[in-house]
Ligand binder design. Structure first.
Ligand code: FES
Length: 150
């Protein structure tokens, strides 16, 4: 991530210390993860100790300290989705992408996560990709959905 991007994001918030979380969220959004050297730069520019920043980015799941793919797939494994075939769906996503939850494809196309209820149980099994909800997916139609995310 280039320094111009960091400067632009910090400048958007006038370099104010209180904008730290928003700055980190914007960097996460644009860069898909938070490299250590970027956090060091943010620490210096906002005059916030690096240890405080590390505490924040390890506490909130929205931040990643590891490289992420261009598209983030989240397969719901909550009880309702589980009853409606979420495990078969997750297995198919793993077959198609070649990665397991917590991993990123070698070409940085996808990162995969699985986890708890996404709040729309009646429509499950539910998959969220880049914040877009996809409902009632099956192992037979998930490949068509993934084709929309190059
Ligand atoms: S259990 Fe999957 S959305 Fe609630």
């Amino acid at each position: 991530m280039d320094k111009d991007m960091i400067d632009r994001i910090i400048g958007k918030y006038n370099g104010e210390e209180r904008s730290l979380i928003q700055v980190l969220m914007d960097i996460q959004h644009e860069n898909h993860w938070l490299p250590r050297e970027v956090l060091q730069t943010v620490s210096e520019k906002l005059n916030v100790p690096l240890s405080d920043i590390l505490h924040i980015v390890t506490f909130y799941k929205t931040f990643s300290l590891n490289p992420k793919g261009r598209h983030e797939i989240h397969v719901c494994m909550g009880s309702s989705c589980h009853l409606h075939g979420a495990q078969d769906l997750l297995d198919k996503v793993q077959d198609l992408t070649g990665i397991k939850p917590g991993e990123t494809t070698a070409d940085s196309r996808f990162s995969l996560e699985s986890g708890s209820c996404l709040g729309c149980c009646a429509l499950g099994p539910e998959v969220v990709i880049d914040g877009n909800h996809h409902s009632r997916l099956t192992p037979d139609n998930i490949e068509e959905v993934l084709k929309n995310y190059e």
